[in-house]
Write a protein that binds this ligand. Structure first.
Ligand code: NZQ
Ligand code: ZN
Length: 389
């Protein structure tokens, strides 16, 4: 295990009617807030009215900015920064999923920054100052409600890039599993895939002697593999929705990554796909992760055997290590199919046209992607080719 320091100051308020605490929480940070949301689902599910009610009770002044789209865009972030400066906003409330939260985070770091906010996304420079933000989560997926990162797409050139810094972590996250009851099945499945990927990115490490976090990650993965299909079959099952919502946050809060070095190549390879093709991040991960596994497993057979046997429950006695690993990957693909996700580029309607360009773009300005196995543009292209199906 390597040395680490860990802190996650985001206060989590979880459970039925959790949003009734909203006004009291927001009051601690601001009097005039930006209410940031997406394309209108919060109105359809009746959450918007509850939020306005809770905020108004405490006399908070609200300026609204809706319209965040999945794979959130830089242009709206810039509009938000301008609005916050003009209106002298002191707090940003994100009501939605990863896209809304990430857009809110970008606005929050852009307000006190004099340069172009894209600087934080196009270089490895971390923001150190931000407006405080809070979250009412509506879809368990990205884990942005407790993470210190944000992913934004610059329309020009289709660059989807992330920025990270402790100042981006939300002050609080309100999570009521009931608000996820009416999520479209496909969005639910994409969320399940994303949280599973956040765990696998951390799990596939070359750092030795990380047994406790291995086992914690395995428990979280198994919970997702178990409850993912249940929330799809019985969307109104509160307990299953609660398990999945909590798993999404646990997967990406940072706790399960301590003492180890995660890989993250699959995420970067996927971000090229959703940057260019605007597909859902979780669907892209269901395509990329198995292909990445097939390409890299030889670099640490033991770790992949551990994954196959402990997580995917492949019987040790079934054969050689390679067979056990292949079966583990096959079971993962089967899981994605079972929850309705594509596992090949072809199934997602993506052909060969931009594979080379995306592979080059993925390592633009850096030497390689990933930590489990360092990948250059040629390696990434091979992974895309495996993913073609
Ligand atoms: O826009 P609205 O109308 O709200 O509809 C959304 C959107 O169409 C809908 N939705 C959300 N909650 C709903 C609902 N529909 C009905 N009922 C509800 N309760 O779901 C759609 C997807 O929303 P989105 O926010 O895009 O989903 P998700 O949470 O998966 O976020 C994806 C984004 O997060 C980034 C991804 O790359 C992607 O851009 N990520 C952010 C991370 C982070 N900041 O730490 C880490 C992740 O790895 C990820 O990269
Ligand atoms: Zn992700």
């Amino acid at each position: 295990m390597i040395n680490f320091s860990y802190e996650n100051p985001t206060k989590t308020i979880f459970g039925k009617n959790a949003e009734k605490h909203l006004g009291q929480e927001v009051k601690k940070y601001g009097k005039k807030i930006l209410l940031h949301y997406g394309g209108g689902s919060i109105k359809k599910i009746g959450l918007y009215d509850k939020i306005i009610g809770s905020l108004k009770e405490t006399g908070i002044e609200i300026i609204e900015l809706g319209g965040v789209v999945p794979n959130p865009r830089l242009s709206l972030v810039k509009e938000g920064i301008k609005l916050c400066k003009e209106e002298k906003i002191d707090f940003i409330l994100a009501v939605g999923g990863g896209s809304v939260i990430d857009s809110a985070k970008a606005i929050a770091v852009g307000v006190p920054y004099e340069g172009d906010v894209w600087d934080f996304y196009s270089t490895n420079r971390s923001p150190v100052e931000a407006l405080p933000i809070g979250v009412v989560l509506t879809i368990p997926a990205a884990g942005s409600e407790t993470s210190e990162s944000s992913v934004i797409t610059k329309e020009e050139g289709g660059f989807k890039r992330s920025a990270g810094g402790e100042c981006m972590r939300p002050q609080f996250a309100i999570m009521n599993p009931e608000v996820t009851y009416h999520l479209p099945a496909y969005q639910t499945a994409c969320g399940v895939s994303d949280m599973l990927a956040h765990l696998m990115e951390r799990y596939f490490t070359q750092v030795q002697n990380v047994d406790l976090t291995d086992r914690l990650i395995e428990a979280a993965m198994q919970s997702i593999l178990h409850y993912g299909p249940i929330v799809l079959q019985t969307p109104l099952d509160y307990d299953a929705r609660a398990e999945i919502m909590w798993a999404g946050s646990m997967a990406h809060s940072g706790l399960l990554g301590v003492g180890r070095i995660g890989d993250w190549a699959s995420h970067d390879i996927e971000h090229e796909l959703s940057g260019v093709y605007d597909i859902a991040h979780g669907a892209g991960l269901a395509i990329v992760f198995p292909a990445w596994m097939k390409y890299v497993y030889e670099d640490n057979l033991d770790r992949f055997v551990q994954f196959s046997t402990r997580v995917m429950k492949v019987d040790f006695a079934m054969g050689q290590r390679e067979q056990i690993i292949q079966e583990g990957i096959h079971r993962l693909e089967h899981f994605y199919k079972r929850i309705g996700l594509p596992t090949t580029l072809k199934e997602a309607g993506i052909g060969k046209e931009y594979l080379q360009e995306m592979a080059k773009k993925a390592v633009l300005g850096i030497e390689a992607l990933g930590q489990f196995k360092k990948l250059n543009a040629e390696d990434i292209l091979k992974i895309y080719e495996i993913a073609l199906g």
